[in-house]
Design a protein around this ligand. Sequence first.
Ligand SMILES: [Mn+2]
Length: 237
Amino acid sequence: MDIKEFKIKLDELIINSDIVFISPHIRADYDALASSIAMSLIVKKLGKEAYIIMSDDIDKMEQGMKTIYNEAKELTSFTTKEKAEQILTDNTLLITVDMNKTYLTSCSTFLDKFRDIAIIDHHDPDQDTIATEYQYIMPKLSSASEILTEMMILSNVKITARIADYLLAGIFLDTNKFTKNASSKTMETIYKLTKKGGEIARVTDFFTEDYLADRKIQNLVSKTRFITYTAAIAIGG
Ligand SMILES: [Mn+2]
């Protein structure tokens, strides 16, 4: 199905729902988190409440993921599977992103409680794929972030520099630093996101093992350089 056709159907599903939940795969990674955030902004633009279901232990996430999660709390709402099950109505839509299998969503025990389920993904479907007619599964595309970039543009949702960084991080991860499965269309997406203010340098920072410690070291290094420079002038003078 063409992305524009799918988008028209998805918009209709969203508009006709009381509430929309977005589920990334369990043990979410950069692509799952970034595409969930982007999807929630599309839902909000349509005037509907959106909640991202994250049941992972945030404390156990790597630093870059925590940074994105904490920043994104200002832009969107996160909830747990327990709360989601409590607040869902009989007119609730679930959108799964970056996965299509029943066992990969934290909502697997109550999937039957959603009125409809829509899937947006780039992994191959199989016999465990959630049964729904609303599927946009494109295994040839690099990442869910690549799909969501296009959907945000189609929805006229503003891609801020921050969102561009998150989506770039998703693409960066799934393409092994832009080297694997990066088609010309992927490169075009990277180009669009950098034009929106996304910065590859910040994206690579997310992936640094200990982001904050590394920042401190970098500050120390730059201070040292300054002292050396002053000393050099002093010696020169
Ligand atoms: Mn992915």
